[in-house]
Design a protein around this ligand. Sequence first.
Ligand code: NAD
Ligand code: UGA
Length: 456
Amino acid sequence: MNKNIVCIGAGYIGGPTMAVVAKMNPDRKVVVVDINKSRIAAWNSKNFALPIYEPGLVDIVKEVRGKNLFFSTDIDKAIRECDIIFVGVNTPTKMFGRGKGRASDLQYWEATARNIKKIAKTPKIVVEKSTLPVRTAAAMEAILNSEDDGKFTVLSNPEFLAEGTAIKDLLNPDRVLIGGPQTPAGLAAVRAVVDIYRGQQGAWVPEKKILTTNVWSAELTKLAANAMLAQRVSSINALAGLCEATGADIEEVARVMGADHRIGPKFLKAGPGFGGSCFKKDVLNLVYLCESFGLHTAAEYWSQVIKMNDHQQERIVSRLFKAMFNTLANKKIAVFGFAFKANTGDTRETPADTVVRLLNEEHVRLAITDPKALDNAKKDLADIASDALAFVSDPYKAAKDADAVLVMTDWAEYPTLDWAKIYKSMRKPALVFDTRNCLDAVALRKLGFKVLNVGK
Ligand code: NAD
Ligand code: UGA
């Protein structure tokens, strides 16, 4: 077996994951391929203008690109020359036919599997890196091995990194999960992938953090982990509404709840609701799986996590409406942050998109600012009339003459802005709705701002 690795899909998962795989395995050649030519060109760009922003990513790419990490559109050549193929193509929510709006759209995955089957002449280990419904590996193995009995072994190796901390998460993961068939060939394939994560001379993930299971447990664990995290966000946001109604403070409630080590402090931050490409998609996928197996009460339970999340964004607009004297028409609102969380330029499923659209229906003039996500924001909101919407990189300019600042993303620079200057440039009464509770509300009130927070 050679040590070459290919990853099909050069997106948010494929790019950072393989950059770290290459860094920690200098003795292996790692090739990342994609059908998207401009994406590959960006990964290969001379000035390292990478297609995604992740803290620390560019330094690793500078270190390994051209040495043992390569980006290419020649998918077939890469498949021919390797033994281990990671597949990290997108698996969005299906928007048509059976399972519409809930099931995963597996067409990209299946196209990839059929291409591997067509091109590969030697045995391959095919590793699911994408998040997939339970039993997808079995279906893919059936396609791959339909003529060449046993040439392909399919494993599940879901990725748990979070955007914004991807490099940190990859270098020091809580755990790595590898699911494989419990057969001699399956166990050998699992060992081959464990060796990648151990790194050259065991320098990467300690053996005890690499957990192995059967394939279906691995597939389900990924959906379950995201659903549990999303559920915590919806639970804390459900409590935030109650805090606003009763005078309790969600940060105090979360701090004390989180001090119980059985609950823990993470994922208890109230805010505008969860965004990102995966939480909604994966919870919907879980709902669909439950329904498919006749587990209707479980399906209904998980679907409430999404319902609560949607409600949170509607609640934000309602509170803003009320605080601005029940009329928003022709007022100006500066939206601080469009990314779904800080430290990423990713805007997929961002709560800011929903809120901006609801505000647009009220004929608000909007100025959107974000340090990393402005290009994506422009693409996402291209359907909204340009006289209703401005994209401004300078937050001071965005806030000028505004009636309100709406903080949607907790970028580290926002608390350090000169808020006295912002206050002076705004129309009075000046409002700040800090949906991330990341600013000093007491200091803002002293400056003259009216301040709204989530859960207070
Ligand atoms: P993405 O859209 O950023 O990247 C997917 C890439 O696959 C695209 O560049 C696309 O052009 C490419 N692709 C699609 N079909 C192809 C084909 N037939 N051949 C070659 N390339 C093809 O998506 P992503 O965010 O990287 O997510 C990919 C998968 O990883 C999803 O299943 C997602 O659930 C999972 N995941 C993502 C994250 C994350 O943080 N984004 C974390 C964990 C798991
Ligand atoms: C999430 C998971 O955390 C990763 O483990 C997983 O690999 C990934 O999904 C995936 O499968 O794609 P990600 O979506 O990148 O990672 O980011 P998170 O940090 O989980 O945040 C998700 C959303 O929840 C963000 O909008 C964030 O602002 C929100 N959130 C998070 C809160 O509102 N409150 C919190 O306490 C935590």
